[in-house]
Design a protein around this ligand. Structure first.
Ligand code: TYD
Length: 212
């Protein structure tokens, strides 16, 4: 079913991925690539409703409850936005996808990743990214940046979790990347904005050309 090219951006809090996504889609636009940009949780309008619950509910919910909500949001997003765009041959860029669930709810929240993979594959219909950029940064640096950027605004429900949780997320991401070295490209997020932007474009062009 899939025809286009799916690129996902992943990483912990404050890793700079959102700024890099902006620069990358600017490049795609200026070079006349046919693309869409989306995000998770959210992406579709129902997915955005679920996002609001996930990030802002005051209720204490388990990692498993969180996971099902992320999957519900993802399922709607894949059906309505991602798969149709890929079927038209577009490049689809997503700010987070299922690796976030494995890293956060799996490694961070203590759920078995194999079980999550099985359920997730139902939500995605087996769709996998062609390329995943993983932004790797220490907890301290990420949170320093985040609090500067947000001018100490209220942290969302997941950002509020303790340091140990976020360190497990980081370790989890690196393990996921190790298992699929063909799909993942790890970015040292402490490099400069310009260096990272160049690296992303270079890797994208290499992979994209190989694909066609
Ligand atoms: P967002 O404001 O998009 O944060 P960021 O700029 O860090 O991407 O919030 C998304 C939050 O949801 C983020 O803390 C990671 C978390 N998340 C999960 O825990 N599991 C998931 O499957 C996804 C997609 C996101």
């Amino acid at each position: 079913m899939k025809k286009g090219f799916l690129i996902t951006f992943e990483g912990g809090e404050g890793c700079g991925k959102s700024s890099q996504i902006k620069l990358f889609v600017k490049y795609l636009k200026e070079n006349n690539f046919d693309y869409i940009l989306s995000r998770e949780p959210g992406g579709s309008s129902f997915g955005e409703e679920i996002r609001n619950i996930l990030l802002h509910s005051k209720e204490d919910i388990s990692a498993l409850t969180e996971f099902f909500l992320f999957c519900a949001s993802r399922c709607d997003h894949v059906e309505k936005i991602i798969q149709p765009a890929l079927s038209e041959g577009k490049i689809v860029v997503i700010d987070r996808f299922y690796d976030s669930s494995f890293a956060y709810q799996g490694y961070g929240g203590g759920l078995k990743v194999d079980m999550l993979k099985e359920i997730n594959s139902k939500a995605t219909g087996g769709l996998t990214p062609d390329l995943t950029f993983l932004f790797d940064l220490s907890y301290e640096e990420g949170f320093n940046r985040k609090s500067k950027d947000d001018k100490l605004k209220d942290l969302d429900r997941i950002e509020q979790k303790e340091k140990a949780y976020h360190e497990k997320v980081r370790k989890g991401y690196l393990e996921l990347a190790q298992k699929e070295p063909e799909r993942f490209h790890i970015i040292d997020a402490s490099k400069t904005i310009e260096e990272i932007n160049k690296e992303i474009i270079k890797i994208f062009l290499k992979k994209y050309k190989n694909n066609y």
